[in-house]
Design a protein around this ligand. Structure first.
Ligand code: NAD
Length: 470
């Protein structure tokens, strides 16, 4: 297991897909290479007076478009190989969803639970300062975001540090995304990745040919769903499936996993976890033997939304789901991937499925550069026009539109409406494009390879049109 290289796995998937494209070998090599790797060691003085050396990274995988974009992860699993792999995935992810960024990723090798808030702030601010010193952060160069173990709080510290060091930069707020709304964040970023996972999987479930192949009906209503991880991505994914009428039969967290045949109410489960500190012993549910057991439950859709490599060659043969939605990055090892293809399980790949975060990050960055909230200029105008149209229709027809429809028709779009609709459009288009490439070439063995083909074609076209390669 220690031999395993996540970056090599990404390269392997890339090579598998590259054979279905007709780009020059040198150009393909440039696309898959990691352009810049920043490896940092810096000290932090803890509250007990001790000094600790912190290991951290920032990787810019591709500069075919700038800025580079990708989250910052706080985890003991962070190492250079992992950050490089995640940065590469970001390049391909951005390309598929037409977000004009190169891929980047960052990580600090710490367990955030072992530090006080004061220490975490010190570490985050020092990390940001190091990035500023090396020109590895900025609205035009490299724009981090939250990832595993980080959230709005860390992004607020980062933007404050950057803005302090660059008081002249009027666009400083665009140096990170995933900020609190009060610090230049955008409404809808918090749930974006989970909502994007939902929109992507819902679109897959609407494709009759894919559902028929697996003996499933179309639509997400009534589908039995298992989610691993109830963090930012997992919770929101579970919530949107629950609200769409799916049945959450299993949930896995690091403390264990549970099963409930008739469905788990996700809000009640979150309350239960808040009260007891665990998802275990949830009323009406059965505790499973360990945290990974839920992955093997009989279900329609399995959604790993925690960490990488949770489905490997050992447990893949026992997976019973018909569709796996990779909400986390790299949850399936390449060996497991081959087993799942054999079993004709449809794996909807991380590379585009969890692109909701970066898509809405793009909207946040655009908001920061334009210095105006979405909908501010047109909301009231549209509401006035819509009200006038309603009035005319009612007068001409002599009938009154009911209150529910009236509210809907009159409503002018708020920031959240525009962000959600932009995300829905993006995820539907990306799903159709990837499935379209897969359908058009029967030699392409799986959806992941089809997604890579879409990504490679888009990045290669940019390079080719830049004139860097003939
Ligand atoms: P998070 O820290 O908010 O949540 C992760 C959750 O996984 C936590 O609740 C944690 O307790 C749980 N977990 C840890 N080990 C587990 C185990 N062994 N079994 C079950 N659960 C376990 O992180 P997140 O932001 O939700 O990110 C999750 C994944 O999604 C990561 O792979 C990340 O790279 C990916 N991702 C995140 C975003 C984003 O916008 N946050 C975007 C794209 C991809």
């Amino acid at each position: 297991m220690s031999e395993y290289s996540f970056f090599a796995a990404v390269e392997k998937s890339f090579d598998k897909a590259a054979q279905f494209t007709k780009w020059d070998k040198g150009l393909l090599e440039q696309i898959r290479a990691c352009n810049s790797v920043l490896r940092l060691r810096f000290p932090v003085k803890k509250e007990d007076g001790s000094i600790e050396v912190i290991e951290a990274y920032r990787v810019q995988h591709s500069h075919h478009k700038t800025p580079c974009k990708g989250g910052i992860r706080f985890s003991m699993g962070v190492n250079q190989d992992e950050v490089m792999a995640l940065a590469a995935l970001m390049t391909y992810k951005c390309a598929i969803v037409d977000v004009p960024f190169g891929g980047g990723k960052g990580g600090i090798k710490i367990d955030p639970k072992k530090y006080t808030t004061y220490e975490l702030e010190k570490i985050t601010r020092r990390y940001t300062t190091e990035l500023v010193k090396k020109n590895f952060i900025g609205p035009a160069t490299d724009v981090p975001a939250p990832d595993y173990g980080t959230g709005e709080r860390e992004m607020a510290w980062m933007v404050d540090t950057f803005a302090t060091l660059h008081p002249e930069n009027i666009d400083a707020a665009g140096c990170v995304t995933g900020k609190p709304v009060s610090q230049g964040g955008v409404n809808g970023r918090r749930e974006a990745t989970g909502l994007g996972v939902f929109f992507g999987l819902r679109e897959v479930c609407n494709i009759q040919s894919q559902m028929e192949k697996r003996g499933m009906t179309t639509g997400v209503e009534g589908k039995r769903v298992v989610v691993q991880g109830l963090g930012n991505v997992g919770f929101h994914t579970a919530k949107f499936f629950y609200e769409a009428g799916s049945i959450l039969v299993g949930i896995a967290e690091y403390e264990g996993s549970i099963f409930k045949e008739d469905g788990i109410n996700i809000f009640e489960l979150m309350e239960h976890r808040k009260k007891t500190g665990s998802i275990l012993n949830f009323p009406g549910a059965t505790n499973l033997e360990n945290s990974k057991a839920a992955l093997e439950l009989d279900c329609d859709i399995l959604i790993p939304a925690a960490l990488e490599n949770v489905i490997d060659a050992e447990n893949a043969p026992r997976i019973k789901a018909k569709v796996i939605g990779e909400a986390a990055n790299g949850p399936i090892t390449p060996e497991a991937d081959e087993i799942l293809i054999e079993k004709e399980i449809l794996v909807v790949p991380d590379m585009y499925l969890n692109a909701g975060g970066v898509t809405v990050s793009y909207f946040e960055w655009l908001k920061n550069l334009s210095h105006v909230r979405y909908g501010r200029m047109e909301k009231r105008f549209n509401e006035n026009v819509n009200a006038k149209i309603l009035e005319e229709i009612e007068e001409l027809s002599g009938k009154r539109v009911d209150d529910k429809a009236r509210k809907l028709i009159k409503h002018g779009a708020d920031e959240i409406d525009l962000v959600h609709s932009g995300l829905e459009e993006t995820m539907i288009n990306a799903t159709r494009e990837v499935i379209g490439v897969w359908d058009a070439n029967p030699e392409i063995p799986d959806m992941r390879t089809a997604a890579y083909v879409v990504a490679i074609n888009k990045v290669a076209t940019t390079y080719a049109e830049l004139g860097i390669f003939p």
